[in-house]
Design a protein around this ligand. Structure first.
Ligand SMILES: [Zn+2]
Length: 482
């Protein structure tokens, strides 16, 4: 019975998406000219009032407060609306959306169900809610990403790390307690069969796992630098990959022109990764103010590291024992309480000292994935201004995505900004989120979603108009032209 319900839900989601996205047109879409719209360009601090924005194909070609005239353009009067770049969730796990958390693939669901859950949420809880890009930071949605890029499936852009790189017993070891050692060593448990995580030990195995991810199209590499909340065998205080293992992951990533992101909570793991060349620092909710200062100093000197803040999960969900996900054990909930406390301090220090920050929800599984945008609004509760919060989720994120270098699946234009030579990922809001950040949670205020020059949501311009055209993305990643 339960299985049937899930299947029906999945089909309903796909049909709804199909009516929006799967029809094809052979006509070249006309240029789209937005007029008299107030623009948040991804950085601010102020809105560009009364701007005109021209989209040609899948790219923004002009942003100006002077009039723009273009032959044959479809004109959208943006009076009273605010335009922002599409939102970018920099810490997502789209393949980990079965309800029981990371262990679910061991006992309850196969990879096909994992893909169906992923598609449902990519469409309904990301793209249609204005999240036009996700950085998927452990998990393997790489062929779903390929289907999206080929125009076969609707969905946001996906920058994926492929499977997480973890040591045995680390944050990426999701196998059951009774999996025989020879099966673990042979990578035969289900999490690894789905390639959502790799359990590896020693520089040689790290090399192999990193290269397997990159071979499949990973844009960057995710490693486990210490213990976690949602895994069973690793107290928060432990270290993850060893010095040699981290150095090897960073070396192979650099050899491929891309970077390493680390899951880590405390000073010891941040220290190891700062010394060894990791660039994206996730979580960090137990670090000291001295470590924050060290990170800011390094950022100011090199501009090559970032702090990735998971506000909602650390401050809201882990705010108290009772607000944590129901599938967590007692021990996992205790770990979460410690994280919630540290997170408030980390956010305050990062803000005060001026760290370069992106926002990533880490919100997956039913009950959380529907609320992803609350991570952005949570930034304001943590002491950031609405402008900073939006910048974490747009302009700053776009900069970090480009650190993938030759592994960037969307290499041609900028992301996270409303500026010439940017992908046309555009939202229109009925109101001004810089004045009232909570309005972004009201879906009726999000009147228009464009990704890659194609319209996915439009409650604003007449539905019969040329702007409401079927989505058909150009080939940017698929190797098999249709
Ligand atoms: Zn995560």
């Amino acid at each position: 019975m339960r299985f049937a319900t899930v299947m029906v839900a999945a089909f309903a989601a796909m049909n709804a998406a199909a009516s929006l996205a799967w029809a094809q047109t052979n006509d070249a879409p006309p240029p789209v000219l937005f007029t008299n719209v107030d623009v948040f360009d991804g950085f601010g601090p102020d809105l560009i009032k009364g701007a005109n924005v021209l989209v040609e194909g899948n790219v923004i070609t002009q942003v100006s407060t002077d009039p723009i005239t273009v032959e044959g353009a479809f004109v959208v009067d943006g009076t009273g609306k605010t335009m922002t770049p599409g939102l970018i969730d920099m810490h997502q796990h789209v393949m980990l959306n079965p309800p029981e958390g990371t262990a679910a693939y061991q006992t309850r669901w196969d990879g096909a169900a994992g893909g169906a859950f992923a598609m449902h949420h990519l469409v309904n809880n990301m793209l249609l809610k204005g999240i036009t890009t996700v950085r998927d930071i452990a998990g393997d949605p790489l062929d779903i990403a390929k289907g999206i890029d080929m125009g076969l499936l609707p969905g946001p852009r996906i920058y994926s790390s492929g499977g997480a790189i973890s040591q045995t017993g680390g944050h990426g070891d999701w196998a059951g307690r009774n999996v025989p050692p020879d099966l673990l060593a042979g990578h035969a448990d289900m999490s690894q069969a789905t390639q959502n995580t790799w359990v590896v030990d020693g520089p040689e195995e790290v090399t192999k796992a990193v290269r397997l991810n990159l071979r499949r199209g990973a844009a960057f590499i995710k490693v486990m630098g210490g213990g976690g909340v949602a895994s069973e065998f690793d107290p928060l205080d432990i270290m993850g990959l060893s010095e040699e293992e981290v150095a090897k992951a960073v070396e192979i990533a650099k050899d491929n022109g891309t970077y390493v992101a680390v899951h880590a909570y405390h000073d010891d793991s941040y220290d190891r990764h700062l010394r060894l060349g990791t660039r994206s620092f996730e979580h960090g909710f137990l670090i000291s103010e001295d470590m924050v200062k060290r990170m800011v100093k390094k950022y100011n000197e090199t501009k090559d590291i970032v702090w990735s803040f998971q506000c909602f999960m650390s401050i809201n969900s882990f705010g108290s024992y009772d607000t944590m996900p129901a599938f967590f054990s007692h021990e996992q909930k205790l770990k979460g309480v410690a994280v919630g406390k540290g997170a408030r301090n980390a956010a305050k220090w990062m803000n005060e000292h001026g760290m370069f920050i992106v926002g990533g929800s880490d919100m997956f599984s039913p009950g959380l994935v529907e609320r992803i945008k609350e991570d952005l609004t949570c930034n304001v509760k943590a002491g950031f201004t609405p402008t900073q919060a939006l910048k974490h989720w747009t302009g700053n994120a776009g900069i970090v995505l480009k650190w993938s270098g030759p592994k960037d699946p969307y290499p041609t234009y900028k992301l996270g900004t409303i500026a010439p030579d940017s992908y046309a990922d555009i939202l229109l809001w009925d109101g001004n989120p810089l004045e009232d950040i909570e309005m972004i949670l009201d879906e009726s205020k999000l009147v228009f979603v464009m990704k890659d020059g194609l319209t996915y949501k439009n409650t604003f311009v007449g539905a019969g108009s040329p702007i409401f055209r079927p989505a058909r993305a150009p080939l940017t990643r698929g190797q098999f032209p249709l």
